[in-house]
Design a protein around this ligand. Structure first.
Ligand code: NAP
Length: 415
């Protein structure tokens, strides 16, 4: 076992391992590292772990149990060792394969753009997965929020997010502008800043593979590639082409394209086939509002995914109930999608729903599906009872205002 200086792995419990086909071997008593997070992190993490433990107990009695292992990042880590993201934290996530984390402050200065981005990049967690569904009773700005039930697979490592940027006037930027002019005859205004948008076949294919496998595992009907390939042909257009290619080469027996459905099957998807289609990103924003029931899994490059995840979550009531995970071949980190909301830190006030639902994703990932269902049902019941935290209470008539910890207790009571 690796040595840990800041953290202490629990003595009870076993490691999750990854098999050669990348599936997980999960013991009944897995050790799972968690990062509490900054600001409201302490409140939401405590609430989420309590709910997850209670659901596992409810579903399996003493047969299964999670052994939590606290690891450090953010302010807590900095206070311990003057580092925001200690190497042993990344090592623990790799060694134990699955982790859960609260929100982290973005340190000002110190050369770190964002701890979250650093974790994703260093562990090559290439897919950001965000299921977006409606819970009855949650106030929503649209008429039929219950029709939204999609899972977004956002590419996490490339696109204009990959950090290849050159400031206007910098030596590199001036040289790049000259290079484009002299070598390709392309004129870029001399006072431009430049960002570069790489999109690769490798990253697109592995994301698409994960998305199709997810659709297969969950019995979903369609996978849609969302892109701006009409304009950016060799990046987003290629993303679309490579997505179709992957579905054809690896999942020909279980997938069919929209073209094939109209050409050979009178517009009806044959039984047992997953429909592969694509939509231009701007049209997809409309589709999500007008015909959300026609979409299950959405696969998209980084920037489209960033915009669309937040737009979709707004339709079902906002970030408070939006879970997320960053998943790679060897590790997965489940996380709250909101930030540290520093003004509410330590007040036991905010909605722990995002991290609780990320816990549901984690249980599903582990194959602890019964426990995941226990949480979803109890959360739904609690919302219908109008026992909610301030963010929902202020939008609901006749609701009972609960603290963060009280909301978690109410969910557990309803299990
Ligand atoms: P934020 O922390 O998400 O908070 C913005 C607002 O969203 C809050 O004031 C609150 O709105 C609402 N909110 C957030 N979490 C909530 C919860 N659990 N329950 C109910 N309402 C919630 O965004 P920010 O203020 O822009 O960012 C603060 C820090 O978090 C920054 O350092 C940022 O870098 C970091 N951040 C981290 C992550 C992450 O770790 N994944 C993500 C985003 C931001 P009301 O006041 O209107 O109620």
């Amino acid at each position: 076992m690796s040595e840990y200086k800041l953290s202490k792995p629990p003595v009870v419990g076993e490691k999750i391992t990854v098999r050669s086909d990348n599936s997980l071997a999960v013991p009944d008593n897995p050790i799972i590292p968690f990062i509490e997070g900054d600001g409201i992190g302490a409140d939401v993490t405590k609430a989420a772990l309590f709910v997850i433990d209670s659901a596992v107990k409810k579903a399996y009695g003493d047969k299964k149990m999670i052994s939590w292992f606290e690891i450090f990042a953010g302010e807590k880590a900095y206070n311990l060792c003057c580092e925001w993201l200690p190497a042993e934290t990344l090592r623990a996530i790799t060694e134990y394969c699955v982790a859960i984390k609260g929100p982290l402050t973005t340190p000002v200065g110190g050369g770190i753009r964002s701890l979250n981005v650093a974790i994703r990049q260093k562990l090559n967690l290439y897919a950001c997965v965000r299921p977006i569904r409606y819970f009855r009773g949650v106030p929503s700005p649209v008429k039929e929020p219950e029709k939204v039930d999609v899972v977004i697979f956002r590419e996490n490592t490339e696109d204009v997010y990959s950090g290849i940027e050159f400031a206007q006037g910098s030596d590199e930027c001036v040289r790049l502008i000259e290079f484009l002019r002299d070598s390709f005859g392309i004129n870029v205004l001399h006072d431009s800043g430049i960002g570069i948008k790489p999109i690769s076949k490798t990253a697109t294919s592995r994301l698409m593979k994960m998305a199709v496998l997810y659709a297969k595992k969950h019995g979903l009907k369609s996978v849609t590639l969302v892109h701006k390939g009409n304009i950016m042909k060799f990046t987003e257009g290629a993303f679309k082409e490579w997505g179709y290619e992957l579905a054809k080469s690896e999942f020909d027996d279980i997938t069919i394209t929209e073209d094939e459905v109209y050409k050979d099957h009178d517009g009806k998807v044959p039984e047992g086939k997953i429909l592969i289609k694509d939509r231009i990103a701007d049209a997809m924003f409309q589709q999500l509002l007008l015909r959300p029931e026609e979409y299950d899994v959405l696969v998209m490059p980084n920037l489209n995914g960033d915009y669309m995840s937040d737009a979709a979550i707004a339709q079902v009531g906002g970030l408070g109930l939006g879970p997320g995970a960053n998943i790679g071949e060897k590790a997965a980190v489940f996380e709250a999608t909101h930030g540290t909301a520093p003004k509410y830190a330590g007040m036991d006030k905010v909605n722990p729903g995002s991290l609780i639902l990320s816990g549901v994703m984690m249980l599903d990932h582990l194959g602890f599906n019964e426990a995941a269902t226990v949480i979803v049902d109890a959360l739904q019941k609690t919302i219908l009872q109008k026992r909610v935290t301030y963010d929902l209470e202020r939008l609901m008539d006749g609701a009972t205002l609960l603290k963060c910890s009280e909301f978690a207790k109410a969910i557990v009571e309803n299990m």
